[in-house]
Write a protein that binds this ligand. Structure first.
Ligand SMILES: C[S@@+](CC[C@H](N)C(=O)[O-])C[C@H]1O[C@@H](n2cnc3c(N)ncnc32)[C@H](O)[C@@H]1O
Length: 197
């Protein structure tokens, strides 16, 4: 569809019709396609000359206190095997790897994983293409999920949360309040508490 026609449709169609269309489109796309498209079109903003950007929530000014507190958790353990789900541009994860025995960074977008492999190196570091909804998750002691669930549907989140049971420790950080978690999600956590900040 031509760009002009798209603009014209957006101008004249009511917001509710557009929302229905986007929901329909999201359901048809895989997470690799959907998030790959977001990165390619730079829909998360930031410096448009940068090759990729995982959103303002991942910029250094915002993540400083988060990185500090996660480093505190990692430092209190004997070099845990860390798995990060939805590692994005790895701006955040790259500041944690020195405290891990092994760090496995996963994302659904293969091009992003290729790009991270080129840019970040370390004997203890591995990048893997994983759609956490549909694929098995790599083994580890501690799992990190930051600003990923906020982009997924509840049924997708539930499928991921069930798989998190294999890790001893979870660090989940999403910018929503606890009352937003449905009771079904909590039961699938097998009684483990999610520290939802
Ligand atoms: C907003 S970015 C956050 C990146 C990083 N966690 C951070 O805090 O900077 C969300 C990332 O989650 C990834 N993602 C979304 N759904 C996923 C899924 N089902 N499996 C793996 N990665 C996923 C996206 O490709 C994107 O890179």
């Amino acid at each position: 569809m031509g760009a002009r026609l798209k603009r014209w449709i957006k101008m004249f169609l009511p917001e509710s019709c557009l929302t229905v269309y986007w929901r329909w489109r999201n359901r048809r796309q895989s997470n690799a396609e959907r998030f790959g498209d977001i990165y390619r079109r730079k829909l998360w903003g930031g410096d448009q000359s940068a090759d990729v950007f995982s959103g303002v929530g991942s910029s250094l000014e915002v993540v400083g206190p988060y990185i500090e507190s996660v480093r505190g958790v990692l430092a209190g353990r004997p070099r845990p095997a860390v798995v990060e789900i939805g590692c994005g541009d790895f701006g955040v994860g790259s500041r944690l790897t020195d405290l891990a025995g092994r760090y496995t960074a996963c994302d659904a977008v293969p091009e992003l994983i290729e790009r991270n492999r080129r840019l970040f190196m370390g004997d203890n570091l591995r990048f893997v293409t994983v759609d956490a909804v549909t694929d098995p998750l790599p083994p580890g002691d501690l799992v990190i999920v930051r600003q990923v669930f906020q982009h997924l549907r509840n049924d997708q989140i539930q499928r991921i949360v069930k798989k998190l049971a294999q890790y001893r420790t979870w660090i989940i950080c999403e910018p929503y309040r606890a009352r937003r978690i449905s009771s079904r999600t909590s039961t699938s956590c097998r009684g483990r508490a999610i520290d939802w900040r």
